[in-house]
Design a protein around this ligand. Structure first.
Ligand SMILES: C[S@@+](CC[C@H](N)C(=O)[O-])C[C@H]1O[C@@H](n2cnc3c(N)ncnc32)[C@H](O)[C@@H]1O
Length: 290
């Protein structure tokens, strides 16, 4: 059983909104149309994309929606008055979201949030129902696992990062099953958009690459990202708690991670010159019929 404490995650989501400003701005520019007047970011986290959308569309109404009040407060601070913030959950159907946006939407963005809804297909259908004719629903979900580490780190068994991905995948399955009223969605996001009645459904995947050596701020972000992932799998940080007696990582790998993440130790990742960023995130896009 896994329950995510979103309030405990609020600070991390804010940091990620700040760190991903460049990515959000670049993607926002590819998504918006000059004619867009009403846009929303649902499950907005720290409000990174809501802010980017507001900056890409001066004069438009941008609504940042999240189900957690502490997370929404971080979005409010991050977006500094550029967007309207509203509390609503995708688990409660379309109406609360419709009231929050208050007009048919030209563009709805939802990144890594629909996969936290108990019934993902119902959430996609709810979001699709909020679109104006010709409006777009963009779901940022999946892609390829990021690569930051060399395969052989000189400590522990090679392939540590691959095993972390696999452990996280098993964690994700239990997280989904633990959601009250969880409904499986045994097909892909493009099918989900099509089943919601959207047309011209497609996927665009965005590559982010920063070769080694990373700057000190990039290194800090990569290390913080690993720390957060390890905390998630060990029940620490704000990631909620793992009630089942589950060891997601082998004890040897956990020991290796502890050494890699120890700033005082000889193997600290934050001092390495061979870390890089290679990530591919997918954005699935559907259009409301005109
Ligand atoms: C993994 S975070 C992603 C945040 C942000 N969109 C991003 O890409 O960085 C998931 C977000 O969805 C929100 N969330 C989770 N379940 C939700 C629901 N049922 N309705 C609306 N928001 C939800 C969480 O509070 C959190 O802010």
């Amino acid at each position: 059983m896994i329950e995510i404490d979103w309030a405990g995650e609020a600070g991390r989501l804010r940091a990620s909104a700040e760190g991903e400003g460049g990515w959000n701005a670049a993607v926002a520019r590819t998504l918006v149309r000059d004619t867009d007047q009403v846009v929303a970011d649902v499950g907005c986290g720290g409000g990174g994309m809501a802010k980017a959308l507001a900056e890409a569309l001066p004069g438009a109404t941008v609504v940042a929606i999240d189900a957690d009040p502490d997370v929404l407060e971080q979005a409010r601070e991050h977006t500094g008055g550029l967007v309207r913030c509203a509390l609503a959950s995708m688990d409660d159907g379309a109406e609360p979201l419709r009231r929050a946006i208050d007009a048919p939407a030209d563009l709805i963005w939802a990144s890594a949030s629909v996969h936290h809804a108990a019934d993902q297909q119902a959430a996609v259908a709810a979001l699709a129902s909020l679109l104006a004719p010709g409006g777009r629903l963009a779901l940022a979900e999946g892609g390829l696992p990021a690569r930051n580490l060399p395969w052989d780190l000189g400590i522990g068994e090679p392939g540590l990062e691959l095993r972390l991905d696999l452990a996280q995948d098993r964690w994700f399955k239990v997280m989904r099953e633990s959601l009250p009223g969880s409904v499986p969605m045994p097909y892909g996001w493009t099918d989900a958009l099509t089943r919601a009645g959207l047309v011209d459904v497609t996927t665009r995947s965005v590559l982010s690459e920063t070769p080694a050596p990373l700057s000190s701020s990039q290194l800090e972000r990569v290390v913080a990202g690993f720390r957060s992932r390890i905390e998630r799998l060990t029940g620490g940080g704000g990631h909620g708690h793992v009630v089942v007696d589950e060891d997601w990582l082998e004890p040897e790998d956990l020991e290796t991670w502890e050494q890699l993440l120890d700033p005082e130790g000889p193997y600290f990742l934050g001092r390495r010159t061979d870390l890089a960023v290679l990530a591919v995130r997918s954005v699935h896009l559907g259009h409301a019929p005109r």
